[in-house]
Design a protein around this ligand. Structure first.
Ligand SMILES: C[S@@+](CC[C@H](N)C(=O)[O-])C[C@H]1O[C@@H](n2cnc3c(N)ncnc32)[C@H](O)[C@@H]1O
Length: 297
């Protein structure tokens, strides 16, 4: 146990009291989940594990922890999303390091991993090659590596900042990390030529917002625009990936894309015209059509 000098203590204020005060300030700023967010920041600053919070939150706060807590609170009060303030966020089984270089992984994206795992299982291949294009934090690709015992995962991004974050997140995978390769570059240009015609499953949550679309302030102000905006119409990256994937997939290979719900009919139509089969539009947890899953004959 660490020895603490009495001057490390900030008076006699406990972490619980600090969290309560912070929650009141967050409420005044219009933060909806103020109690929860204040608690998360207090856990982060104090080192109290989430499962122990109610047992240990009467612990007195120490100077260094309080300085870090106040810095986090100031950032949150300044409008920065809680995920960036905490510096990590849960996605399926993973706790991903994140910062402003990457999109905050969204819960609805978790489902595309299930769709990809299903397609991988249908291939019945010993060591399937799976590609996650535009990996950002690594959320999709690293989850597949963590949840499939043998998949070889190639994760790419055009942003060097995102590549650095995804690489850092490989560490959280343990031994499964040895099956992940990360490459920087634009879409399929990042993939080693030797994989042409040999990829079993391509998965991507590409940018799909149109240039004129209105987004929430917290997204525009804090998240990377290049991760969100695809072009004037919004569907440009989805179209590019559907067309290009044909040259990279193995016979019978599949591509699964996340997109806006109103883009799914056009993407499905394009896929049929491009010669794909098993063209299926899949819904997210709120039952909105959000994914297009297709295979090569
Ligand atoms: C909507 S974000 C998705 C991030 C992550 N896959 C997720 O689901 O949280 C889109 C990602 O595509 C990347 N991207 C944008 N244009 C790209 C391109 N031309 N080639 C590769 N990646 C690109 C962005 O940098 C960003 O990380």
């Amino acid at each position: 146990m660490t020895e603490h000098h009495s001057d490390d203590l900030v008076g006699t204020i406990s972490w619980r009291e600090l969290a309560v005060e912070a929650a009141a300030r967050l409420v005044a700023c219009g933060v909806e989940a103020a109690d929860l967010e204040a608690r998360w920041m207090a856990e982060e600053a104090s080192g109290i594990e989430s499962r122990d919070w109610f047992l240990e939150n009467a612990e007195l706060a120490r100077r260094r922890g309080v300085a870090s807590f106040e810095e986090m609170l100031d950032r949150r009060l300044g409008g920065e999303p809680i995920q960036y303030v905490l510096g990590h966020w849960a996605f399926r089984r993973l706790d991903l390091t994140i910062d402003r270089r990457v999109l905050i992984p969204r819960p609805e994206t978790e489902l595309i991993v299930d769709l990809a795992l299903r397609k991988i299982a249908a291939r019945a291949i010993e060591r399937p090659v799976v590609v996650d294009l535009g990996t950002g934090s690594g959320a999709i690709g690293l989850s597949i590596a963590a949840e499939h015992a043998k998949a070889e995962v190639i994760a790419t991004d055009v942003s060097s900042g995102a590549i650095a974050v995804a690489r850092a997140n490989i560490a959280g995978l343990g031994r499964a990390g040895a099956r992940v390769r990360i490459h920087e570059g634009s879409w399929f240009e990042a993939i080693p030529e030797s994989h042409r015609g040999e990829i079993d499953v391509v998965v991507s949550n590409p940018p799909y917002i149109g240039e004129d679309e209105i987004l929430p302030r917290s997204v525009i102000d804090w998240e990377p625009a290049d991760a969100l905006v695809a072009g004037p119409r919004g569907i440009e990256c989805v179209e590019h990936l559907l067309v290009e994937a044909r040259r990279w997939l193995a016979p019978g290979g599949a591509i699964i894309l996340e997109m806006a719900s109103d883009q799914t009919p056009a993407a499905a139509e394009l896929a049929r015209l491009a010669g794909y089969v098993e063209v299926v539009i899949e819904a997210d947890l709120t039952r909105r059509p959000r994914f297009v899953s297709v295979s090569l004959p």
